[in-house]
Design a protein around this ligand. Sequence first.
Ligand SMILES: Nc1nc2c(ncn2[C@@H]2O[C@H](COP(=O)(O)OP(=O)(O)OP(=O)(O)O)[C@@H](O)[C@H]2O)c(=O)[nH]1
Ligand SMILES: [K+]
Ligand SMILES: [Mg+2]
Length: 412
Amino acid sequence: MGIVDKIKELENEYARTQKNKATEGHLGIIKAKLSKLRGELLQDQAGSGGGGEGFAVPRSGDGRVALIGFPSVGKSSLLSTLTTTQSEAAGYEFTTLTCIPGNIIYNDTRIQLLDLPGIIEGAAHGKGRGKEVIAVARTSDLVLIVLDAAKEGVDNHKMILERELETVGLRLNKRPPNITLTKKATGGVKFNATVPLTKLGDDPEKTVLQILKEFKLHNAEVLMREDCSTDELIDVINGNRKYVRCLYVYNKIDMIPLEDVETLARQPDSIVISVRQKLNLDYLLARMWDAMGLVRVYCKKRGCPPDLDEPVVLSAQRHGITIEAATQRISKELLVIFNYAEVWGTSAKHSPQRVGLQHKLHDEDVFQIVAQTNQQQKQDKGYSQRVQNYNAEIARKRRTRTKEGKKKRSTG
Ligand SMILES: Nc1nc2c(ncn2[C@@H]2O[C@H](COP(=O)(O)OP(=O)(O)OP(=O)(O)O)[C@@H](O)[C@H]2O)c(=O)[nH]1
Ligand SMILES: [K+]
Ligand SMILES: [Mg+2]
């Protein structure tokens, strides 16, 4: 009998067995067997054929949130509750074997929520489908580390998960260190700092030089604008770090005493919930929204009220929250003829305020783009260059589209 059939048989047995005190032991053994077999199945998929390339779930909506956690903490139950997608949930581990996307509409914004297989210690080094799960975390705007509040050693679980994510270059709830590193061809190492450095030993410059040497960087300029640690310097040298927001979601609080719930809720970036009893889920959504740093702005045409049902959603983490990012989202063509914008809302000093492309918008601001007049276009030296760039980009897009079309026709 193959592994899949064995799993089927055990699942059927699990479903058939009455859940009560007398059967607890027997169910426990089935669960253990199932967990072992499903873990093996997951490993197989990661190894040959099935896995490797990661989960092919395209990005959609205005932001992406990944559910990361140990098996059976309630990730799938949470996805099925917050979205209209159903992801199978069960009492045994590794119920979910792949990435399952769902959608949340919140504040007129579409958020893609991703259910994922449970991960275990060693995930970062390829245990189970750990590598692929973590790869999804890297592409997300927010990671929800889901924890089982009723499980013993939940603090330890939290630490293990953080470590797994950190190992592969994710940095949770941290800002990129304020260090500029410029690699040079010659000239040796030039080191400068604008603040006192307290975390790099007695001779910070020497420490920095030694670290650079380890990475075979013999010619470079380093400028530190904050009191950084060696780890932060190494992050900057490595360069492929991904800074992601993260919230800790403690599920199953229906199973623990109220005092314990309060202790967990007081920890930073932590939210306590019960999916089963639908406790605190609205609060979770509100915290998710805040953590994602999304900004809704409304574009209006001259003489018309703005369309308040259709925000342009900007992400501080991804493309920025400037007038430029907003204009680009409406149409690249508009950027070519952009003259100035008028802004109403909390980012404006007075309403409306006349602003340029680099103005940063706030949530629920309204803006109107004012184009250059023909006369202004003639006088603007940069105008013809912008038109050329724009046309070149359109041409490039058209070429890649035809190429892709040809490829599809020849393979499909
Ligand atoms: N008591 C309690 N049980 C819950 C809660 N949420 C989920 N469960 C149960 O926990 C078990 C595991 O739930 P799943 O949603 O399958 O967990 P998962 O994290 O997706 O598990 P894997 O896919 O195996 O990693 C199921 O038996 C759920 O009914 C909750 O809030 N309270
Ligand atoms: K499960
Ligand atoms: Mg699941």
